[in-house]
Every structure is written in structure tokens, then in C-alpha cells.
Ligand binder design. Structure first.
Ligand code: MRU
Length: 347
């Protein structure tokens, strides 16, 4: 069981025998949970973005392996290992950029290696722990990030890095939640084209919690910064390289460039499960390209159409454009200058 974190609906709910996934494609108009009982279903839920956001993807995948282990140890006690390995490989192909997915799968793989007989209890417990630890990390980051916002009047966020994208409470939105408990704060959210995570999810999620926000078109960001209304951009992350380069929702890089021009600071909020120590810098991060149909009006979709679309859904913000990376283990200030000093060994 996971603790209830706020009034917002949770993205994931583990029943003990299935994973209920809030279908975020239908928000905010329709609230519907789909019930998944196998790893193939969970893979589909991630690939189709019913569940999205780096930490939530990792948690869902962990539960996906738990479902796989439960089913295959019961059906085929002699050969469950190969079947579970195939399910893990399938889950790993669901989306490429968020490192939390691969981190969670690696955690469970290591656990399976330690429990070759019947690991159901251990795997379920580990998936639940990954879920609970993520919520705890978000609360900690919320406080640490809010410490940086003393006296600040306005912030802007991008995409949805909230309860819907995590185990609960959120990363960027966790900081905003913690900050508004301490002080008044004007919160601006960019629409986040083309999938509209900002317009459909972020402002809705904040409203569920009684937090007012102002929606802006992505293209209004420069003018908003020029107006002096915001002092910080606060975003989440999908993968942070060892030098602090950060992959996040497409448009984050544009915001960071604009922020530099306008003297606005950039805060990246992410649990240490989003740090990828195996890659030196952001050039090694695979950027997911999604189907052009997510971008193109229907009239351009037919065969022989002269209009195509380029639809990268993440970009990489160089560390030098980031003011602070907030994790549950502490804050890396000016990562472009100092890297992620202290975070690897911090407890
Ligand atoms: O394509 P999405 O909606 O999965 O992208 C989500 C983001 O880019 C988030 O900012 C990131 O995963 C951090 S969520 C705490």
C-alpha cells in the first residue's frame, strides 16, 4: 500500500493482483483507470502514454515485472525465468529516454538473481518499495527546492512533473506544493505542445489541490520572462548525465536559453533514480521520436501527403544553463561549473 499524498488522483494503484493505471490521455475530461494483469499490458500502458513521467514509468515497470513473476511462477514453475526475462526485455522497449525505467528493471533483475526459487514476495515488496521511496524522495525534494524560493513571486513550470508523473506529490510540482504552503507564489504553466501535458495535466492537477495557476502558450514564455513575472523555471527530468546535462520534455532547452537571456534561474528537480552515472554527457541520451500523428492535423495524415512532422519529445539542456539540480540527497548548484559534486556519495 502507498500513502495518500494529496487530493490529486494517483497515476498508479497496486491492488495486490493487478496494476490500475489512470489513463492520462483522457484527462482532464475523463477519469478512468485501466486494470492490467500482465507485463504486456503494462508495456502497452507505458508506450501509449496512459502512464507517463519518468518516475511513474519506472514504478509501473517494476509492478509489470511483479505481475510477470506472479503469472509465470504459477503457470510454469520450471521455466519462469526465461519468460520473466522476455517480459523485462519487452518492458525495456516501451520508451527509451526516461532512465528510471531501466533503473527499476535493473533493480528487479538483481533481486531475481538473488532469489532463484520463488521470488514473488520479494519482487512485489521491491516494487512497492520503489513506489514508496519515490514518494518520500518527492517530499524531501519539495522542501529542499522550496528553500530556494524564499521571497520569490513567480515561477514557471513545463510539462507535468507532478503527482501524475511520479509515485505521488511530484518533483517540480512537489517543490511548488511545498513552496505554496510557505508563501504566496504565482505559478505559470506552459501548455507543452504537442501532447499538452501542461494544459491537460499540470493546471488540472494543481487545481485539484486548490493551487491556482496561469496557463501560457509555450510561445509566450519569452514575453513572460521579459515582463519580470517569474524568477525561476522549475522542471523535472527524464535522464541526467554525469555532468548534469538534463533530458526533459521538448521545450525545456528553449526555456533554459530564454532564462539565461532574461536573468531567470533554472531548477531541475529529480530523484537520484533519474541520474545516469554511466553516461558522461547529454549527447549520449537517446531522444524519443514519437509518431508524427501526435503533431499533424488529420488532413495531412493520408498517403501521398506532402506534409510530414518531426516530433522529438525530449531535448537536452546543457548543465551550464541550469542553476540547481535538486535531488532527495541534496542540491547540485551550478552543475555546469561544479558537475554533480557530492550527489554520488551523499546519503
Ligand atoms: O513524455 P512524458 O510526458 O513522459 O514526459 C515527461 C517529462 O518530460 C517530465 O518532465 C519528466 O518525466 C519528469 S516527471 C517527474
Amino acid at each position: 500500500m502507498t500513502q495518500q499524498t494529496n487530493k490529486t488522483l494517483q497515476a498508479l494503484h497496486w491492488t495486490g493482483s493487478s496494476l490500475k493505471v489512470l489513463d492520462q490521455r483522457q484527462l482532464p475530461d475523463t477519469i478512468v483507470y485501466d486494470d492490467y494483469q500482465d507485463a504486456a499490458g503494462v508495456t502497452e500502458a507505458i508506450a501509449s502514454m496512459r502512464v507517463r513521467g519518468a518516475p511513474a514509468i519506472g514504478i509501473a515497470a517494476a509492478y509489470g515485472v511483479a505481475l510477470s513473476v506472479m503469472a509465470h511462477t504459477a503457470k510454469d514453475p520450471g521455466h519462469w525465468q526465461e519468460k520473466v526475462a522476455a517480459d523485462i526485455a519487452m518492458l525495456a522497449k516501451s520508451r527509451p529516454t526516461a532512465v528510471n525505467l531501466f533503473w527499476a528493471l535493473a533493480q528487479i533483475e538483481a533481486l531475481l538473481a538473488q532469489h532463484p526459487e520463488n521470488p514473488v514476495f520479494e519482487v512485489v515488496a521491491r516494487a512497492e518499495k520503489i513506489h514508496a521511496d519515490d514518494i518520500a524522495a518527492n517530499f524531501r525534494m519539495g522542501e529542499l527546492g522550496a528553500d530556494l524560493l524564499g521571497g520569490v513571486k513567480g515561477v514557471m513550470t513545463h510539462c507535468n512533473a507532478g503527482a501524475l508523473a511520479t509515485g505521488g506529490y511530484g518533483t517540480a510540482l512537489g517543490v511548488i506544493r511545498s513552496a505554496v504552503k510557505r508563501q504566496p507564489l504565482n505559478v505559470y504553466a506552459g501548455e507543452t505542445r504537442p501532447w499538452l501535458q501542461g494544459a491537460r495535466l499540470t493546471v488540472w492537477e494543481l487545481a485539484q489541490d486548490g493551487i491556482p495557476s496561469t496557463l501560457v502558450a509555450d510561445s509566450a514564455a519569452a514575453w513572460l520572462m521579459k515582463s519580470g513575472a517569474i524568477e525561476w523555471i522549475i522542471v523535472g527530468a527524464d535522464r541526467i548525465a554525469a555532468n548534469g546535462d538534463t533530458a526533459n520534455k521538448i521545450g525545456t532547452y528553449s526555456l533554459a536559453v530564454l532564462a539565461k537571456r532574461h536573468g531567470v534561474k533554472v531548477m531541475v528537480v529529480a530523484p537520484t533514480t533519474t541520474l545516469d552515472w554511466t553516461i558522461k554527457d547529454g549527447s549520449q541520451i537517446e531522444i524519443e521520436q514519437r509518431n508524427p500523428s501526435e503533431l499533424l492535423p488529420v488532413c495531412y495524415l493520408g498517403e501521398g501527403s506532402l506534409v510530414s512532422a518531426w516530433n522529438p519529445v525530449f531535448d537536452v539542456t546543457p548543465a551550464e544553463l541550469i542553476t540547481a539540480i535538486v535531488t532527495e540527497r541534496g542540491i547540485a548548484y551550478h552543475p555546469g561549473e561544479y558537475g554533480l559534486r557530492g550527489l554520488q556519495d551523499a546519503v
